[in-house]
Design a protein around this ligand. Structure first.
Ligand code: LMR
Length: 348
C-alpha cells in the first residue's frame, strides 16, 4: 500500500496513525503462536514421574515450550502408558512417538550392543568417572551409531548405581545363586546374573512389580529411585547396597522429525535439552540417596549397607563378565573406557 493512501485508509477507517503503525508492524510478524498449530513432541518413558528421568522430562517440556514460545508442545507420557520397553524404540523409528529416554541397557536389541559397556559391573566407581565417558568422545561416538537406525541421540541423563534385591537375605554373592532375577535386555546383565549362579529373566520394567509379587521372579536390580517409586518395598524383603552397576539413559529422537524441524526451533530445543541434562544430572544422586532412606524408613525391605570388604567380594564375583563380554562390546572399546576412568581390572 502506498503510504499516503494507507494513511488516508486508516484515517477513513477511524484508526489513529499510531495504531495504524502498530497494525502494519503486526502484519509483518510471523504467525502468532496462537494461530499456528504447535509442533507436538510425544515423549514416552517407562518410569514414574517422581524419578530423575521423570522430573527431567517435565523440566525439558517446560523449557522447550517456553523457549519456542508455544511453537512446540511436549506431551510427556510416563509409566509406560504409551509404549513399553519392548515396543518403544520401534515406535520411535516409525514416528509414532518423537522422543524417548531408554536406559543404556536397552540398545542391544536395536543392534548397538556397544551401549552395554555401561552395564559392565563395577566399571564406574562414581558419577565423575561415568561423565568422562558420557561427556567424552566415547559417549559421542556411541550416539552417532544411532544415526543409521533413523535415530538422533541428544544427551545422556544419569540415574544411579544399582542395588540387588530379593525375598531371601542377600549379603554375599552366593546368596543370589539359584534365584530368578529380572534384568533389562542386555547380554552383559544376563552374564552378570549367570556369574552369580542366578537365572536371568529379561522382562519389561513395567511388568516387574507384578512378576515380583506373583513370584515369577525372585529378585531384581535397580537404583533406589526406581525401586521406591514402583513400591517394590512391598514385594522385596531384602536389599543389598552393592552399587555393582549403573543405570542411565540416552535421550533420543526420531531423526526425520528432528532434521525436519525449522532451524530456530531445533536450536531452541537443543538449548532446552542441554539445560534439562544439567538438571537431570544434578538431581540424580540426591534422588537416589533420598529414595534409599525412604525404603529403609518403610521398614518393609531390610537394607544391608555393605562394608568395603563385603563389596569387594561382589566385585570379585562379577569382574569376569568384563572379559566374557569383550567379543560383544569390543575389547578396544572396553580398554578405552578403562583409560577414561582409570579402572584397572588387575587391581579390583
Ligand atoms: C529398568 O528397566 O530396570 C530401568 O532401566 C527402567 C528405567 O528406565 O530406568
Amino acid at each position: 500500500m502506498n503510504p499516503r493512501i494507507s494513511r488516508t485508509f486508516f484515517v477513513h477507517a477511524g484508526i489513529k496513525p499510531a495504531c495504524a503503525l502498530l497494525l502494519g508492524l503486526a502484519a509483518l510478524l510471523p504467525l502468532s503462536p496462537a494461530s499456528a498449530q504447535p509442533i507436538v513432541i510425544k515423549f514416552s518413558h517407562v518410569v514414574a514421574e517422581d524419578t530423575p528421568k521423570g522430573r527431567a522430562a517435565i523440566y525439558f517440556k517446560k523449557l522447550a515450550e517456553e523457549r519456542t514460545r508455544g511453537r512446540v508442545k511436549v506431551e510427556v507420557y510416563p509409566d509406560g502408558r504409551l509404549y513399553r520397553d519392548a515396543d518403544e524404540i520401534a515406535a520411535l523409528q516409525k514416528g509414532q512417538v518423537q522422543m524417548l529416554a531408554p536406559s543404556l541397557a536397552k540398545f542391544g536389541p536395536l543392534g548397538v550392543p556397544e551401549f552395554e559397556l555401561f552395564d559392565l559391573p563395577y566399571v564406574f566407581d562414581n558419577y565423575a568417572q561415568l561423565h568422562r565417558v558420557t561427556f567424552g568422545p566415547i559417549g559421542r561416538e556411541l550416539l552417532n551409531k544411532l544415526q543409521p537406525k533413523g535415530i538422533v541421540g541428544l544427551a545422556y541423563w544419569d540415574n544411579g548405581f544399582k542395588q540387588m534385591s530379593a525375598n531371601t537375605p542377600l549379603k554375599k554373592p552366593e546368596d543370589v545363586k539359584g534365584l530368578k532375577m529380572r534384568v533389562q535386555p542386555s547380554a552383559v546383565l544376563q552374564a552378570e546374573m549367570r556369574a552369580l549362579g542366578a537365572i536371568p529373566v529379561t522382562m519389561d520394567f513395567t511388568a516387574t512389580y507384578q512378576a515380583l509379587k506373583s513370584g515369577t521372579v525372585d529378585g531384581t536390580e535397580n537404583p533406589a529411585s526406581n525401586f521406591y517409586t514402583q513400591q517394590m518395598q512391598d514385594v522385596q524383603k531384602y536389599m543389598a547396597v552393592t552399587y555393582h552397576g549403573f543405570i542411565g539413559y540416552a535421550v533420543i529422537v526420531n531423526r526425520k522429525f528432528w532434521e525436519g524441524l525449522p532451524a530456530d526451533v531445533r536450536a531452541n530445543l537443543t538449548g532446552a535439552m542441554r539445560d534439562a541434562t544439567i538438571f537431570a544430572n544434578d538431581i540424580a544422586s540426591e534422588a537416589n540417596n533420598d529414595a534409599l532412606a525412604e525404603i529403609e524408613r518403610t521398614g518393609k525391605t531390610q537394607v544391608l549397607r555393605l562394608s568395603p570388604s563385603e563389596r569387594s567380594e561382589w566385585k570379585r564375583a562379577l569382574l569376569g563378565v568384563h572379559r566374557e563380554m569383550e567379543g560383544r562390546i569390543g575389547k578396544s572399546l572396553i580398554q578405552a573406557v578403562y583409560a577414561e576412568t582409570g579402572f584397572n581390572p588387575a587391581k579390583p
